[in-house]
Design a protein around this ligand. Structure first.
Ligand SMILES: [Zn+2]
Length: 164
């Protein structure tokens, strides 16, 4: 079911999603996303970048954002500064998310800001799809640099928080 067929009262922060976007989004995903945002109590700004909710470009078939012959069940968001890793850990524990990515190389309003990707792909109880991206390179959870990059992200967040 399209998210645009939901009743507005079922949303949290409804106005931030345009009706045109919701026509390409899976209703269950949007409801779960809003539940996650509410339960985590971490403020998150959906990315304003084109394709952050859905895309139809050629070859998008590998992406959960792809809305060709399906509805997108993915969203990219910017968690509040200083709470990005907390958001990542909470997303890993959230049963409805099978894919979680954390991006160190993204910006919001011209400033560096860690972004999270959330999607509801199917997953096994033992394995979610989890990745990090730094300097344009993706690192899966089995890659040798995964924890080093996570550590570097943690240090950069500490620096930002101490400047606030
Ligand atoms: Zn994404």
């Amino acid at each position: 079911m399209k998210a645009s067929d939901l009743y507005p009262r079922e949303y949290f922060n409804f106005p931030e999603f345009k009706k045109e976007d919701l026509e390409h989004m899976d209703a269950d995903f949007i409801v779960n996303l809003q539940r996650f945002r509410s339960l985590s109590a971490i403020p998150m700004t959906p990315s304003p970048a084109p394709g952050a909710l859905w895309r139809t470009d050629t070859g998008c078939g590998q992406s959960q954002h792809c809305a060709v012959d399906r509805l997108s069940d993915a969203c990219d968001l910017f968690p509040a500064r200083g709470r990005e890793l907390e958001c990542f850990l909470k997303a890993l524990q959230f049963p409805q998310f099978g894919g979680v990515g954390l991006y160190a190389d993204t910006t919001l309003n011209g400033r560096r800001h860690i972004m999270i990707h959330l999607d509801s792909r199917p997953y096994s109880p033992l394995y979610k799809s989890v990745w990090l991206r730094a300097k344009g390179v993706y690192h899966g959870q089995m890659s040798k640099d995964f924890y080093k990059i996570l550590h570097d992200m943690h240090k950069s967040i500490d620096r930002v928080v101490s400047m606030i």
